[in-house]
Design a protein. Structure first.
Length: 430
């Protein structure tokens, strides 16, 4: 096992013991509100390209017939409360380890594990970080390693280990219903990397990873206001990946009980342009999405519409997802001038006497994609089936299993047949 991970885990464990031993002497919330968890995640991922052709008629993507890997991940997460006093002080720490269980040079690029120059995945990789946090009244400043969950930089636990960012963030909730946020991140750690680096961009589905096209400044500021008994919220955000793009985001969310139903609406608009030195050239994108829902008993029905306007696809920091209504972990439906529709059904089998079992069936179709001169407009579709189950009792209580099956086809990019199996369990150490 990686020595850096072991040393970090040992330090956090010793800290937990020390905190517990001091708990009777402390009167503040530094220990009372502390928590330490260890998540173990076993992840099998397979994308098959063997029977498919790409948009140019090529047989497979990157010369591979498929991407297939199996890995084991561990995420140790320690969070303190705050010391007593006008300004409370606290610490957050995270240590992550990924271990290769099965991989080969002709099956890499799943995003679970790093890929060396030889084409092979290493036996393990790890990273760790600490953040100091200060709290004054209902305002918190955090400096260090973080996992942001923002509409302009969304947290994406879609692979073995989550991405993290190094920087500073400020969150203020001094006014009831109003949350103000701002911050700057200087570097990022991608889902399948051990170290930190500058941040690259992705435009539509295309990552832009060429040398000299990364930034060491992601700046953001935003406000969300919730009212109407927390059933309605409005959001306004601005973000800048310096010298690459700048972006505004506007959101509206609402839920409304109607008899035995609960109706919901989630609407958003992104407006993106190039920034500063224009490392990726001019960028012109406006993205609109709407996701309407209706919940009755264990069923929730969704209908979504999403549209891209302008010359380019939607930009975002690479290795992350966005809250776009039709963006999912396989296809993004965010290419230039694309229009897409979604229908989806979620079901909680508790209503059928099987607590812990949930399912999602989803179909999205996109069209009108702007392609190179001489090519017809692009189109694509994706069908997803997700099943999840959390064991409710017995020795394996709270063990979680998730199965995902995907079929996606396009005349603008390589088609995909995909299966994922994820088994996870979280221990509460403190």
């Amino acid at each position: 096992m990686n020595k850096h991970f072991c040393y970090t885990a040992l330090a956090l464990s010793v800290g937990c013991v020390s905190w517990t031993g001091l708990a009777s002497a402390e009167e503040g919330g530094f220990l009372e509100d502390a928590s330490v968890t260890l998540e173990a995640k076993n992840y099998y991922f397979m994308r098959d390209f063997s029977s498919l052709r790409g948009p140019g008629g090529q047989r497979v993507a990157n010369g591979q017939s498929k991407s297939e890997e199996w890995a084991q991940g561990f995420i140790l997460n320690a969070k303190s409360g705050y010391t007593p006093g006008t300004v409370g002080v606290g610490l957050d720490a995270i240590a992550m380890l990924g271990i290769k269980l099965d991989s080969s040079a002709d099956r890499t690029n799943t995003g679970l594990l790093p890929r060396r120059a030889s084409g092979k995945a290493p036996g393990e990789f790890s990273r760790a970080g600490v953040a100091v946090k200060l709290r004054l009244s209902k305002t918190e400043l955090k400096v260090g390693e973080q996992m942001p969950s923002l509409p302009v930089l969304s947290f994406s636990p879609v692979r073995l280990l989550p991405p993290t960012y190094l920087g500073a963030s400020l969150v203020s909730r001094e006014i009831k219903g109003l949350t103000l946020q701002a911050g700057q991140f200087r570097s990022g750690s991608m889902v399948n990397r051990a170290g930190r680096s500058k941040m690259n961009a992705k435009i539509g589905y295309q990552p832009k990873l060429a040398a000299g096209t990364a930034s060491d400044r992601f700046n953001y500021a935003g406000a969300d206001y919730t009212f109407n008994d927390n059933r309605t919220s409005l959001g306004v955000w601005h973000a800048q990946l310096r010298d690459i793009y700048k972006q505004n985001f506007y959101s509206f969310k609402h839920s409304e009980p109607v008899g035995n139903w609960v109706l919901g609406a989630n609407l958003g608009v992104y407006d993106s342009k190039e920034d500063g030195s224009k490392l990726l050239g001019k960028i012109d994108n406006r993205a609109f999405f709407s996701l309407l829902s209706a919940k009755y008993g264990g069923s929730t029905f969704f209908v979504g519409y999403q549209s891209m306007h302008g010359r380019d696809g939607m930009p975002r920091v690479f290795n992350n997802i966005t809250p776009l209504g039709n963006e999912i972990p396989t296809y993004e439906f965010a290419d230039p001038q694309e229009r897409s529709w979604q229908v989806r059904h979620d079901y909680d089998f508790t209503q059928a006497g099987i607590p812990g079992l949930v399912s999602t069936v989803r179909y999205i179709r996109g069209s009108n994609i702007k392609r190179a001169a001489g090519l017809s407009r692009g189109k694509e579709w994706e069908r997803d089936l997700d099943l999840g189950y959390k064991i409710q009792s017995g020795l394996l209580k709270d063990l979680s299993l998730r199965l995902r099956n995907v079929r996606a086809r396009s005349n603008n990019r390589t088609g995909i047949d995909e299966n994922r199996l994820i088994v996870s369990y979280t221990w509460k150490l403190m």
